[in-house]
Design a protein around this ligand. Structure first.
Ligand code: NAP
Length: 286
């Protein structure tokens, strides 16, 4: 089985972006990462994203608020970031604490700064197959991995396990746009192993450590593991039992070292695109 390495895909995305970044002169795009509280997975994602964007030559500002901030105070702070002309793009780490009306924030975020596709405007565009919107970075990262490794998508049977608004649902639309035949699975799916086995491309976005083993993978399938879990021994692992699928899968993304690295590269790509859209109204300045 061939491992699909996120670092290689990320380097490819970086190469493609360098010209656009250099062409921006002194106006380096800036990402605002908005975090409420100190959840370890949020802090870890923030560190990874910051490191990646700085390595790409971009700017990052962390905006951190206390866990018990009131809804009114958070809305006020968020409105200021949203309106700041020096902030090109925003990444809101979610879920927000219960006292904050998350839906109101999703509706308030400027669609042109909404790098992770949480605004209803961007969601509608993704679901309409309109590439002008920002898709959630992780969903787009899955497509980037397949394209970087020149794995054909058109006409393929794709099964996605997971139907969240962050990964499964928008990803199903991105696959549909690429002319794949898409099946979405969830907790009520009957015969999950059989449905997964019939896939030529299998995507795991479940959130359960090593749940999908060889019984879920058809011969020569391409497996993309979106999961980020910590196993009972405290080790980082995916939703796929990577060791057990060696004989059946043709290619698969490891965890760590797979989709996660590409997600932050897509975030960087979205930031540069946001800068172009805000400056010229299009990505090529025409
Ligand atoms: P989520 O919101 O918890 O959704 C999980 C989905 O999996 C749900 O649709 C759920 O079905 C389904 N599911 C759970 N257990 C199942 C089972 N036993 N059989 C069939 N379906 C099952 O999770 P998420 O936010 O999409 O994240 C999924 C994974 O991706 C997590 O490990 C997360 O950490 C990771 N992630 C990674 C990145 C990255 O950059 N690589 C980014 C985001 C998330 P129901 O809808 O029926 O409940």
């Amino acid at each position: 089985m061939i491992p699909l390495k996120g670092a290689e895909v990320s380097a490819k995305i970086k190469n493609e972006m360098m010209g656009a970044i250099a062409g921006m002169g002194g106006q380096t795009p800036k990402l605002a990462i908005v975090r409420v509280g100190n959840r370890p997975d949020d802090c870890s994602y923030e560190r990874g994203a910051t490191k990646k964007l700085i390595a790409f030559g971009l700017r990052v500002q962390s905006c951190v608020y206390p866990e018990d901030i009131s809804d009114a105070d958070f809305r006020k702070a968020f409105a200021a970031i949203n309106a700041d002309p020096d902030v090109t793009g925003i990444l809101l780490l979610r879920p927000l604490p219960k006292q904050i009306d998350e839906k109101a924030i999703e509706e308030a975020i400027d669609p042109l700064k909404d790098l992770d596709g949480i605004s209803p405007v961007n969601i509608a565009r993704v679901f309409a197959g309109d590439a002008s919107g920002f898709a959630p970075c992780t969903a787009e990262a899955v497509i980037e991995v397949l394209k970087a490794y020149e794995i054909p998508i058109e006409g393929k049977r794709v099964t996605i396990v997971g139907r969240s608004m962050v990964v499964g649902r928008p990803l199903s639309m991105l696959f549909l746009k690429e002319n794949a035949t898409v099946t979405i699975c969830h907790t009520r799916t009957k015969d999950l192993p059989g449905t997964c086995r019939s896939a030529e491309i299998l995507v795991a976005a479940v959130g359960r450590a090593r749940m999908l083993d060889a019984a879920y993978v058809g011969k020569d399938a391409v497996v993309i593991d979106v999961g980020i879990n910590v196993d009972t021994e405290g080790r980082l692992c995916g939703d796929v039992d990577f060791a057990s699928i060696q004989e059946c899968a043709s290619m698969a993304t490891p965890v760590p070292g797979g989709v996660g690295a590409v997600t932050t590269a897509v975030l960087a790509k979205h930031l540069v695109r946001a800068a172009q859209l805000q400056k010229h109204g299009s990505v090529d300045g025409k």
